[in-house]
Unconditional design. Structure first.
Length: 42
């Protein structure tokens, strides 16, 4: 959502993110999380 993106932008612009360099902040609602099949746990 636009709110999630705005929160990421505000964080990156804040002093709290001063130590972050050369990184990518992915905001995709979990779309890039790996999918694990249920039978992988058996």
């Amino acid at each position: 959502s636009t709110t999630e993106i705005a929160k990421g932008v505000v964080y990156l612009a804040s002093e709290d993110a001063a130590y972050i360099t050369g990184s990518t902040l992915t905001i995709d609602g979990g779309a890039t999380l790996p999918v694990v099949a249920a039978n992988d746990f058996v």
